[in-house]
Design a binder for this molecule. Structure first.
Ligand SMILES: *[C@@H]1O[C@H](CO)[C@@H](O)[C@H](O)[C@H]1NC(C)=O
Ligand SMILES: *[C@@H]1O[C@H](CO)[C@@H](O)[C@H](O)[C@H]1NC(C)=O
Length: 125
């Protein structure tokens, strides 16, 4: 009996630790997106709100350079910073927001991406 418990214990332990431990980027990645330290890509999620941007805080994604979010129905984007609070992505240089049915953005909406060089907004309203 004791041996059985012992075996059970060992196999459970082995099962847990044989699973790959996700990176911090995989762990915080919004469902349906692909994320690594420099790139976040979310396509055709059909989201109705822009809440997903709050997932990508600079504290974790400090080297984020490329952000691709396409295929949603955002409508009016919030007036305030898309990333929430005072979050700023200082390394972010390419942002692709095509095809999101965006109807509006405010003066602060994109304040969290101060160094953007390539900004794509085509196929919106
Ligand atoms: C992140 O993913 C993109 C797209 O798959 C890839 O081009 C890039 O090299 C990756 N970066 C790192 C640091 O793994
Ligand atoms: C932006 O995303 C759209 C939709 O996925 C894609 O067709 C287009 O090539 C992208 N543009 C750039 C410059 O990455």
């Amino acid at each position: 009996m004791r041996r059985l418990f012992y075996l059970l214990f060992i196999s459970t332990f082995a099962a847990i630790y044989s699973k790959k431990i996700p990176s911090q980027f995989e762990a915080t990645c919004y469902k349906g997106c692909q994320c690594n330290s420099t790139q976040v890509s979310c396509n055709n999620l059909n989201e109705k709100t822009a809440d997903l941007f709050h997932k990508y805080i600079p504290k974790i994604y400090s080297k984020l350079a490329t952000l691709i979010v396409t295929g949603n129905s955002f409508g009016a984007l919030p007036d305030e910073n898309l990333f929430g609070d005072n979050n700023r992505h200082e390394e972010l240089s390419l942002v692709n927001l095509t095809n999101n049915e965006i109807t509006y953005f405010g003066i602060q909406t994109f304040i969290g991406m101060p160094r953007v060089e390539f900004f794509f907004l085509s196929n919106n309203k």
